[in-house]
Design a protein around this ligand. Structure first.
Ligand SMILES: Cc1ncc(COP(=O)(O)O)c(C=O)c1O
Length: 245
């Protein structure tokens, strides 16, 4: 509700509907802290866009290609954007990105109006097509959902066990924990997150923090990770969490 109020306020004060070409949203904030947009928020954005002739663009660069248990994070809400941006997991690391849109939108740009120096690399395109095959052949979405459930169970345990772990959250395996002073004040502690990251690195695990306050640690392991490797990584994080505070 607060986000929607903010959006409506911005449209009143800064960008009236008649001057707004598009609303771009990450269905799950990446660098911003791994917050999943509630379905109701995405539905409201769709409604505002429909009512005002504004395009809805879902940035799925980080959340797309199975990272949330569905092919695209926006699918969790049932909302259909006009345009989606994709990259990162699309070709399993090969450099490729895509802008995908409805016929109406994509056909309106005319021949030769979309292009770029690196578009259509045959190697990257072949890799992306191979990724699509692997999704089908190896039940990647099923794996992704199971991985997400496993992480959530473990993070719930951490939240119970450790005084400084709070606000654990996930959409599939796009999962994060926050480091705080305590669960009452919930004061963000970037220094704790940095300490955990440093300790984990000493033990051979690279972690990435994110979020407005730098106190969130995000987890983005390959969806195809083997159980024993996952366990090894989680044990390193757990050890680091024991040592802080
Ligand atoms: C959600 C999201 N959108 C866009 C980008 C930027 O993508 P590019 O560097 O390919 O323009 C990133 C990069 O981290 C991202 O996470």
């Amino acid at each position: 509700e607060e986000a929607l109020r903010g959006l409506k306020m911005a449209m009143k004060a800064d960008s009236p509907a008649k001057d707004t070409a598009a609303i771009v949203i990450e269905p799950v904030l990446g660098e911003g802290g791994f917050y999943a947009a509630p379905a109701s928020f995405l539905k409201e954005i769709r409604k505002i866009c429909d009512e005002n002739g504004i395009l809805m663009i879902a940035d799925e660069v980080q959340s797309g290609f199975g990272r949330t248990g569905k092919m695209f994070a926006v699918e969790h809400s049932g909302v259909e954007p006009d345009i989606m941006t994709m990259a990162k997991s699309m070709a399993d690391g090969m450099p490729i990105s895509a802008i995908v849109g409805t016929d109406t939108v994509m056909d309106s740009s005319g021949p030769n109006s979309l292009g770029g120096t690196y578009t259509g690399s045959p190697t990257a395109c072949a890799a992306a097509l191979a990724v699509f095959d692997v999704f089908k052949e190896e039940d990647i979405l099923g794996k992704s959902q199971r991985l997400g459930d496993k992480l959530r169970k473990r993070f719930d345990q951490w939240q119970e066990q450790f005084p400084h772990v709070d606000n654990v959250r996930n959409l599939g395996p796009m999962a994060a924990i926050e480091l705080v002073t305590d669960k009452t004040s919930k004061e963000p502690r970037a220094d704790f997150a940095a300490a955990v990251t440093k300790k984990a690195k000493e033990n051979g695990l690279i972690l990435l923090s994110c979020g407005m306050y730098g106190n969130t640690i995000r987890f983005l392991m390959p969806v195809t990770i083997e159980d024993n490797i996952l366990e090894e990584g989680l044990a390193i994080v757990e050890q680091a969490l024991k040592e802080i505070g």
